[in-house]
Design a protein around this ligand. Structure first.
Ligand code: DAH
Length: 353
């Protein structure tokens, strides 16, 4: 190839200069250790303001006869370098990918880190379980409002104004005719007035009484059970409750019914069940008696039925109202009712399932 000589570097002709740059670039490309460095080198040698662009400027001083040869040399060098670059880039990228995959390898045999899970509140847990049991027994779930009329909370349940039975429950009055419901029994009145018998209804909910100590909270929960049909007797009530208690606390626990008084039932009975902690032997939980009270029950008073338009000669019914916290206390051996409302995580997380 004919040698070319251009100023301002008379000591090296153009061909030598091109070859020198070409071999410097080739060596640099081959020794680059990262694809980022390699790219920077490409810019340095082949970029717009790179070494070859500077050379191209020198070409302008050549004669018209010399220019094509010089241009050809530059192009050849650039093309050769471009392919060296491609090979080096492919190799480096593959190496980088291999290293990345190696450092990010997952060991699928390692035990997982368990995600912390919340737990259902024991009141929700017990409410849900009781509702499930009663649903399986043919009861439908209903709810009522927390702010109730005096009429539904008392009058419709055979507790007229100034009746001494009102003293059984310390009531939070909203105004003359509205209260924070003191029990779930007003859902009886709502149901009788809106649905046609025969009926089997279970109604869980929050209730309020102006009362607070170790065993009483101003806000607690009850579940009301209501059954209306023809020829309903105390035997149906006892059979239903005994079966329900066995499902909730465990089969084999006996129930007993103590005569009591509620204005909305006649006869009325308090329901005790054998202590689930000691199975009736006697322990701290049941005050050594072997029995714990879970709520009230009875045959629905004819006045309650007729108040809501049901003929007591045609329809009879039984009802029961159980304390949900009480049932949770007995089932889980909880010793202080205030634990239910303190939101202590160490207490609550024990109910994680
Ligand atoms: N409502 C009563 C209370 O809160 C509990 C109760 C007793 C509910 C007898 C009933 C019942 O349905 O028949 O103390």
């Amino acid at each position: 190839m004919k040698s070319l000589n251009i100023s301002p570097m008379p000591e090296q002709n153009l061909e030598q200069k091109i070859n020198a740059i070409r071999s410097e670039a080739e060596t640099s490309f081959k020794t680059a250790t990262t694809s980022r460095d390699l790219y920077d080198l490409k810019v340095k040698f082949l970029g717009k303001t790179g070494s070859f662009s500077v050379i191209m400027k020198d070409l302008s001083s050549l004669s018209a006869a010399e220019k094509p040869l010089a241009g050809k040399l530059v192009n050849e060098a650039k093309q050769a370098l471009e392919s060296v670059y491609q090979v080096c880039e492919t190799n480096l990228k593959q190496r980088e990918l291999d290293e990345k995959l190696k450092s990010e390898t997952l060991d699928l045999t390692l035990p997982g880190v368990p995600a912390p899970l919340g737990a259902q509140h024991p009141v929700s847990l017990v409410t849900e379980e009781i509702s499930m049991i009663l649903s399986r027994m043919g009861y439908s779930i209903r709810t009522g409002p927390i702010i109730e009329t005096d009429r539904n909370n008392f009058e419709g349940l055979n507790v007229p104004k100034d009746h001494p039975a009102r003293d059984m429950q310390d009531t939070f009055y909203i105004d003359e005719s509205h209260v924070l419901r003191t029990h779930t029994s007003p859902i009886q009145v709502r149901t009788f007035e809106n649905e046609k018998p025969p009926l089997r209804i279970a109604a869980p909910g929050s209730v309020f009484r102006s009362d607070s100590d170790v065993s009483h909270s101003p806000n607690f929960h009850q579940i009301e059970g209501i059954c209306i049909d023809r020829n309903v007797s105390m035997a149906d009530l006892k059979g239903t409750i005994t079966y329900f208690v066995g499902e909730f606390f465990g089969k084999g626990l006996k129930t007993r019914f103590r005569p009591s008084f509620f204005p909305f039932t006649e006869p009325s009975a308090e329901v005790d069940c054998q202590c689930a902690v000691c199975k009736g032997k006697g322990c701290r939980m049941c005050g050594d008696s072997g029995w714990v009270e879970i709520g009230g029950s009875g045959l629905i008073h004819p006045n309650v039925l007729s108040f809501s338009g049901l003929d007591p000669k045609e329809w009879q019914g039984f009802a029961f109202g159980f304390g949900i916290e009480r049932m949770a206390i007995i089932k889980y051996g909880i010793n202080d009712i205030r634990l239910f409302s303190e939101n202590n995580v160490r207490f609550l997380e024990q109910f994680a399932t």
